[in-house]
Design a protein around this ligand. Structure first.
Ligand SMILES: NC(=O)c1ccc[n+]([C@@H]2O[C@H](COP(=O)([O-])OP(=O)(O)OC[C@H]3O[C@@H](n4cnc5c(N)ncnc54)[C@H](O)[C@@H]3O)[C@@H](O)[C@H]2O)c1
Length: 426
């Protein structure tokens, strides 16, 4: 690690990406300011707490000190600015670059000459050049002389116990050699992971899009196989186990939908970029369509299996287990559960919900309560406490149908107990 010499770092955006980065920078000896527009979030962070659940931060936050502010005046005179603001899509799947542009504008109006600006938000190739760079030029700065601009896409995976901001390998691209050198030096202080230097900033932007589209496509492929195999009574989880014995196979798993701020969003950034250049991303679009359709497929399966026990969705007490998009965290962004809940509710079910990480949207306070009241269950999130429910608990509570949207329960034992069970492709 090189000396930070008390360099001043300002992190713009105190969310899932920015907050861990700010905390790690503070731990590594930087003088850190966290800037966000959300005062409520800042008040929580100022108390040494995280506004969202992340085990990694539970240990770190109480032991580090950094300033947080929503006043642009307080972000003056920093050596490094790292922009970690959202890059969602609108309801028509058009990229929303506004937050990146606003944050860049704020930095450009408050920085001193010579600062390094790093964009960590996920963007499509071209955003640094077409959106970020002109903002700094309009503020009177010459790129590569008065300001150095780089892109280092974040790869953090909330809830992942192995990979975090201190050990993730990084990819860096910049507009010039000096920007690249300074950015690499900065990340060498942050992470023990390898740092790949790209030839230009567009390649760094494209890397993140490639990684996340790769996941979306592979998940869509396995979802398609799962739905087809289900028609001929083949359990895809066993098939994946079999295929995994081949050296070149890379297992991906089917499920009731893909959520989060990255996988269901980032491919749209490339699809839209393609359109600008008269290029149609058929593969990416097909994957998005399949994965977006999994919530509906899950609800159709519920209808079907309820019919097997002479019940309809309407009027049946249906318990949805899991509201967040992935196991053991409370993040709701793009969660398939929201669509499943909405659909079941519209169909007239007597709906019950429970997620230990999302109490604000849970109709029930405990797992025991929802099991007691439900006639059918839909498992949408594979939180540890759901995977471990003993089959006897389903039986003694009179559960008649289980739709396992994450293939996380013991199919054989549940069926042997006389309960109708269906997973995604099993
Ligand atoms: N969450 C993840 O797992 C993850 C992983 C890798 C990459 N990313 C990418 O990182 C970026 C940030 O994601 P996130 O999950 O941290 O988002 P987030 O919504 O959790 O946090 C972003 C924060 O930025 C703040 N903000 C918005 N506009 C601002 C502005 N102009 N000035 C200051 N603050 C502003 C918001 O109030 C919010 O607190 C996105 O581009 C995302 O795609 C996210």
């Amino acid at each position: 690690m090189t000396q930070t010499n008390k360099q001043k770092v300002c992190v713009i955006g105190m969310g899932y990406v920015g907050l861990p980065l700010a905390a790690v920078c503070a731990k590594d000896g930087y003088d850190v300011t966290g800037y966000d527009l959300d005062k409520g979030k800042l008040d929580i962070i100022a108390q040494g707490k995280s506004p969202f659940y992340e085990e990694f931060l539970d240990d770190l936050l109480p032991n580090v000190k950094f300033k947080v502010t929503n006043d642009p005046e307080d972000i003056k005179h920093n050596d490094i600015y790292v922009i970690c603001v959202p890059t969602p899509v609108d309801e028509k799947h058009n990229p929303i670059i506004k937050y990146v542009a606003d944050a860049s504008f704020t930095v450009s109006k408050n920085m001193d000459k010579g600062a390094l600006v790093i964009l960590e938000s996920t963007v499509n190739p071209g955003v640094s050049e077409q959106v970020v760079k002109p903002i700094f030029e309009r503020a009177g700065f010459t790129i590569g002389k008065d300001v150095f601009i780089s892109h280092c896409p974040e790869r953090v995976d909330p809830g992942n116990k192995k990979w975090n901001v201190t050990n993730l390998p990084r990819v860096v691209g910049s507009f010039d050699a000096e920007g690249l050198k300074r950015t690499v030096e900065f990340y060498k202080n942050i992470t023990s992971g390898e740092i790949a230097e790209m030839d230009n900033i567009r390649e760094a932007e494209a890397t993140k899009i490639l990684e996340n589209s790769f996941r979306d496509i592979n998940i869509a492929f396995v979802n398609e196989m799962a739905m087809s195999f289900a028609k001929i009574d083949i359990d895809i989880t066993n098939v994946i186990r079999g295929a995994s014995s081949k050296f070149s196979f890379m297992p991906h798993y089917p499920g009731c939908g893909v959520g989060g701020h990255c996988i269901p969003v980032d491919p749209y950034y490339m699809i839209e970029k393609g359109k600008e250049n008269d290029f149609e991303h058929k593969f990416l679009s097909a994957a998005r369509k399949i994965n977006d359709g999994m919530a509906d497929y899950t609800v159709e399966m519920l209808q079907d299996k309820l019919n097997d026990v002479s019940k309809a969705v309407k009027g049946t007490k249906i318990g949805v287990l899991g509201i967040s998009y992935k196991a053991n965290i409370g993040d709701l962004r793009e969660s398939p559960s929201l669509r499943i809940i909405d659909k079941i509710k519209k169909m007239g079910a007597d709906l019950l919900t429970f997620d230990p990480y999302v109490p604000q949207l849970s109709t029930e306070k405990t797992l025991a309560e929802i099991l007691k009241k439900s006639e059918a269950l839909v498992i949408v999130t594979n939180h540890n406490e759901f995977k471990d429910i003993p089959v006897e608990d389903f039986v003694k509570n009179g559960i008649k149908v289980i739709i396992d949207g994450r293939n996380c329960l013991d199919k054989k034992a549940i069926r042997a107990a006389g309960i109708v069970y269906a997973g995604i492709g099993r």
